[in-house]
Design a protein around this ligand. Sequence first.
Ligand code: 5GP
Length: 220
Amino acid sequence: MIKLNNRGNLIIISGPTCAGKASVINKLLETRENTVCPVSYTSRPMRKGEVDGVDYHFISKEKFEEKIKNNEFLEYAKVRYGEYFGTPKKEVEDLLNTGKDIILEIDVHGAAQIKKLFPETILIFILAPSMEELKRRIIARGADTKIDQIIDRFQTAYKEINKVNDYNYVVVNDVLENAVEKVNSILISEKCRVDRIEELDVQNQEEFMHELLIDKNFTH
Ligand code: 5GP
């Protein structure tokens, strides 16, 4: 009776540092079928515990700039400390044809570039419950030992939060499971949008009523 277009969604998840984007995405990848998250490229140094090809493809600045010249990125930005981050073009284009939901964890500049290329992109912004909590998480993460790096993270966080109105959805990550459930619900709802209707075949009303009356043997 009704056929909905089941094409995959392109979803961007952004948000300030330590808002918990990666944890939300990892849970979604564990629990949702047909959901993928292509690995970005970066010129920033690898942190303790990170794995090349899993967290990022870690490459030098020179190699990154070569890839920019060769038009290998769908978008890229210098996110922090002048380090590049970029989304591989070919991989995303190939995935778009598979019908899978593609999640990109990228910053607000990258999000704006992708939205221009693909206006149907769903933009989700993840926030920590408060700036106090964000401060606690940044310090607890311990990845940035130098005070100027902590300040830089804060300044970037404030700039990013000011872009929240450019997004379609905002999810506060207070309890991880709740945040995951909210993002999952958004993705499910997006598949039920009326603009996904491809065919709507409703039986003629008179015919339908006639059959109904005969079936039930209604008498006047
Ligand atoms: P981190 O250094 O903690 O891994 O993250 C740095 C920032 O870079 C995060 O805000 C993350 O969303 C962003 N980022 C990660 N990958 C990409 C990408 O491919 N493109 C852009 N524009 N930003 C990215």
